[in-house]
Write a protein that binds this ligand. Structure first.
Ligand SMILES: Cc1cc2nc3c(=O)[nH]c(=O)nc-3n(C[C@H](O)[C@H](O)[C@H](O)COP(=O)(O)OP(=O)(O)OC[C@H]3O[C@@H](n4cnc5c(N)ncnc54)[C@H](O)[C@@H]3O)c2cc1C
Length: 471
């Protein structure tokens, strides 16, 4: 997309005449704040930021932008990790921050209607007194928005049990670039009236429409959870443990892994300690819902005993209180922010079929050793969902440009391997600006042609989040 050549005067006059006085800002600090997301690699350069409060304002604004050919970047909590909410080419950022109203929790249908700017964690707190939750959960939930979660079809730490965000969106209200307001599916559990348009907007990273409201599907909060932290030899043992956990007599709520350098990074940055005195090759954080049967404890003890008898786990601990559970979780959830403190790093977020994980991981390490041995790999992720976060740290003394070039070459090898195993180059973070060069490794030519025609149908002037996902 070409750089926006400054906003047309007629457009600015219409904003002044038809919208509230605090609707638009061009204050330098706000432009920087709202022009970027967590990737922090794309310099922000928006023309202005607008803060609608209602769907009607969003619709009128979209229509005005279409008339004057002004590009919009929809923006949520700006915690995205792919540059989807970045405005680097003079676009206007449409922030839904002020659209954060949450309705009454409907305990009969177990739903909640919210505006797109409702913060993920605020939704959890709003539902908690009713014994219900919106089960989208990850480290950035204190800042991310429902609209952003839906636009990225976010994953997180509970996908193994609940699935992705897509599963928890009953209805959507979406504004298209021509100013139409679409009400998609309302609060219907069942609605087989042809193609489900709601699904088009989930995961489309703000390129097809602006999400203004959502009817969320809620889950009951599990009764008693046990949190374990295990030390193991290596990733191969992690996968064997996962196999055992899948067959165990309890419900698996989370199964997360990390390597030792990730654990050390967290300990170096946050006030938390590893439960173990020794270092191990890999760790697993496992959360389970305790069965309510009278023999639940003895069944769980027997299962745990067998892990040690078979030398599958080398050490382990179980949280004895909610506080200890939080501390164990922080060893996993603190990784993203902590590894940024170690040095400059390059992130990848890939997905593999679960059955292929073991051979993929072996081949991936062999590939790095053979072709990119200068990199230290910080590996962690939602391994129970086949989702690995592969982070490469810039070696000390290496110039940033040299590092980025070397990462580009390593990505070529990594994505070729992902493609060989029929995996995905983006498991949950999306494509945005960061990964669009690699999309061809996960999407075929005919698929791309369909995606392009959908974009053309909904946004013929290419004004909505232009240049994101594909050019
Ligand atoms: C520490 C950390 C941990 C994370 N862990 C996870 C994780 O475990 N799993 C995971 O999936 N993600 C994770 N993320 C990434 C991020 O939090 C998610 O992608 C989240 O869903 C983004 O929400 P947001 O409101 O911040 O969206 P933003 O970053 O503001 O936007 C993301 C995309 O959605 C679009 N968008 C935003 N709002 C709207 C709207 N109303 N209408 C249309 N489009 C819109 C934007 O244009 C952009 O393309 C993590 C991020 C951080 C910083």
């Amino acid at each position: 997309m070409a750089e926006q050549p400054g906003l047309p005067q007629e457009f600015l006059n219409a904003i002044q005449a038809d919208f509230p006085a605090d609707f638009l800002t061009t204050q330098a600090e706000e432009l920087v704040n709202y022009g970027k997301d967590w990737t922090k690699v794309f310099p922000p350069n928006p023309s202005a930021i607008v803060f609608p409060r209602t769907t009607l304002e969003v619709a009128r604004f979209a229509k005005l932008c279409s008339k004057h050919q002004v590009a919009i970047v929809p923006s949520g909590g700006r915690t995205g990790l792919s540059g989807g909410a970045v405005a680097a080419k003079g676009e206007v950022v449409l922030s839904v921050t002020k659209m954060n109203h949450m309705g009454v929790v409907d305990t009969l249908s177990q739903t909640l209607k919210v505006q797109a700017g409702a913060v993920t964690e605020a939704v959890h707190k709003h539902c908690e007194p009713h014994g219900l939750t919106w089960p989208i959960d990850f480290a950035s939930k204190g800042s991310s928005h429902v609209g952003g979660n839906i636009s990225t079809n976010a994953g997180g730490i509970k996908v193994i049990h609940y699935g992705m965000t897509r599963n928890w969106v009953l209805g959507l209200q979406v504004v298209t670039m021509n100013g139409d307001i679409l009400e998609l599916n309302g609060a219907l559990e069942k609605n087989n009236t042809g193609t489900d348009l709601r699904q088009l907007f989930i995961g489309s990273e703000g390129t097809l429409g602006i999400i203004t409201e959502a009817t969320l599907k809620l889950a009951r909060i599990p009764k008693a959870l046990d949190v374990f932290f295990f030390a193991l030899d290596d990733m191969s043992a992690v996968l064997k443990l996962f196999h055992e956990a899948r067959r165990a007599p309890f419900t698996l709520m989370a199964f997360e892994t990390l390597t030792n350098n990730c654990l050390e990074a967290v300990q170096g940055h946050l006030a938390v300690k590893s439960p173990f005195d020794k270092k191990y090759g890999a760790y697993v954080l496992m959360e389970v819902e305790r069965p309510s049967s009278p023999d639940a404890q003895s069944v769980l003890d027997a299962w745990l005993g067998s892990l040690f008898e078979n030398n599958l786990v080398l050490d382990g601990t179980i949280a004895q209180s909610p506080r200890e559970a939080r501390d164990l979780w922080s060893l996993r959830e603190g990784i993203s922010e902590s590894i940024y403190q170690v040095g400059f790093l390059h992130k990848n977020d890939i997905a593999l079929p679960i059955a292929a994980l073991e051979s993929f991981i072996k081949e991936m390490y062999a590939m790095f050793t053979k072709r990119h041995s200068e990199f230290e790999i910080y590996l962690f992720g939602h391994i129970g969902d086949g989702n690995l976060h592969v982070n490469t740290m810039m070696p000390k003394g290496m110039e940033r440009d040299v590092f980025l070039k070397a990462c580009h070459e390593a990505d070529l090898d990594l994505f070729a391997l992902v493609q060989k195993y029929q995996g995905s180059i983006s498991a949950e973070h999306g494509i945005g600006l960061l990964k669009k060069e690699w999309l061809k490794y996960s999407r075929s030519g005919p698929e791309m042609a369909i995606l392009r025609s959908l974009k053309k149908a909904l946004d013929p002037q290419n004004l909505l989040n232009p240049g994101k996902i594909f050019d």
